[in-house]
Write a protein that binds this ligand. Structure first.
Ligand SMILES: NC(=O)c1ccc[n+]([C@@H]2O[C@H](COP(=O)([O-])OP(=O)(O)OC[C@H]3O[C@@H](n4cnc5c(N)ncnc54)[C@H](OP(=O)(O)O)[C@@H]3O)[C@@H](O)[C@H]2O)c1
Length: 321
């Protein structure tokens, strides 16, 4: 591990700000921290004032790690600039979905598959927020009991859509969701594919299969946006290979890295309590025969994005995860 690394954060939105906060809170060894966005300006992120630079190829000169948290797609920051950053010597950790399913790009949740980092070629993808908290809780169950089928319903916060999602809830901005979000629940996140699943639901299936190295795993997701500011919740049903007991499941989850066990009877985490915390919280565990059902909550901007991304960089430099 070197004494300090030059780090660029691309994007000064909700995830960009949490990246700055997590790099500082986790004491990532920094020599220099740059923030880049579409336009140059002075901005305060996580209580720190930055001269935000324009995200353009030369802005990556001398950068060791570039965390991308701009928008996705052809005109997005990662598609436009990740290769430029890599060519200048940076390791790119991308929060968007553009490269997650590329077979040459490791998709990493450090508690689950940090070994995938061994094969990286300069670009590493951070998984979808709903997927991360689900695989953190599924991995110990898969290791202990084998899991053949997962049914999950999500209750996703508006900050998962970035600043515009928060504006839709707080200011009634009308162009973000297909229906009013305040006082509502919208079971449609992303576009609908030919099979009827939305892009968010398909991400949960395909990304989980890749991270868990289980290409045949059945994952049936229903992704729902609810009027919560921050913190995604999930009701997860996992069907195991073997019959299991409640005490075995509790033990597996209690010992699992990244999982905060909240109890198994009437004990449960909520997004309001978990927002601002880096872990994945589990409660309301029920077990019957081959069936495990539980409730899990994580901060979508932290474990669902910034914390996971910084953990990836920590694993690469040999610091803590
Ligand atoms: N929110 C979540 O829970 C979450 C979780 C996991 C992953 N992600 C992913 O993380 C990324 C950022 O999400 P967010 O919630 O932070 O969004 P956001 O609040 O809308 O912020 C987006 C930021 O990206 C910048 N940006 C957009 N296009 C850019 C470009 N071409 N070059 C440089 N910067 C660009 C914007 O710059 P300006 O300020 O200059 O306009 C803005 O600062 C997205 O890909 C999202 O899918 C989000």
């Amino acid at each position: 591990m070197r004494e300090g690394y030059t780090v660029a954060v691309v994007g000064a939105g909700l995830v960009g700000e949490r990246l700055v906060a997590e790099l500082r809170r986790r004491e990532f060894p920094l020599k220099e921290l740059r923030v880049l966005a579409r336009s140059a300006r002075r901005a305060v992120l996580a209580g720190e004032t930055f001269e935000v630079g324009v995200a353009e190829p030369d802005a990556f000169e001398g950068v060791d790690f570039a965390f991308f948290a701009g928008t996705e797609g052809e005109k997005g920051a990662a598609v436009q600039l990740a290769r430029e950053a890599i060519d200048r010597g940076a390791i790119v950790i991308d929060n968007g979905s553009d490269f997650r399913l590329d077979p040459q790009v490791p998709l990493v949740v450090p508690e689950v598959n940090s070994e995938a980092l061994n094969d990286h070629r300069g670009l590493i993808a951070n998984a979808n927020c709903s997927t991360i908290q689900m695989v953190v809780t599924l991995a110990p169950l898969i290791r202990e009991f084998g899991v053949r089928k997962v049914v999950v319903s999500t209750y996703q916060a508006v900050s998962g859509s970035g600043r515009s999602g928060v504006e839709a809830l707080e200011d009634g901005r009308a162009d973000v969701y297909p229906k009013t979000i305040a006082g509502n629940a919208i079971p449609l996140i992303g576009g609908v594919g030919e099979d009827g699943y939305t892009t968010e639901e398909t991400k949960m299936r395909e990304e989980s299969r890749k991270i868990l190295s289980l290409p045949e795993l059945e994952v049936h997701a229903t992704a729902v946006r609810i009027p919560v500011h921050t913190g995604h919740s999930e009701s997860v049903y996992a069907e195991t290979e073997e019959r299991v007991s409640l005490s075995e499941v509790v033990e597996a989850l209690q010992d699992a890295p990244g999982v905060v066990f909240c109890g198994n009877a009437g004990d449960f985490p909520t997004p309001l309590e978990v927002a601002g915390e880096p872990g994945t919280y589990v409660g309301r565990i029920r077990v019957e025969g081959n069936s495990i059902t539980y409730w899990c909550v994580a901060d979508n901007l932290l474990k669902g994005a910034a914390t996971n991304a910084v953990q990836i960089a920590e694993a690469l430099v040999g610091a803590r995860v």
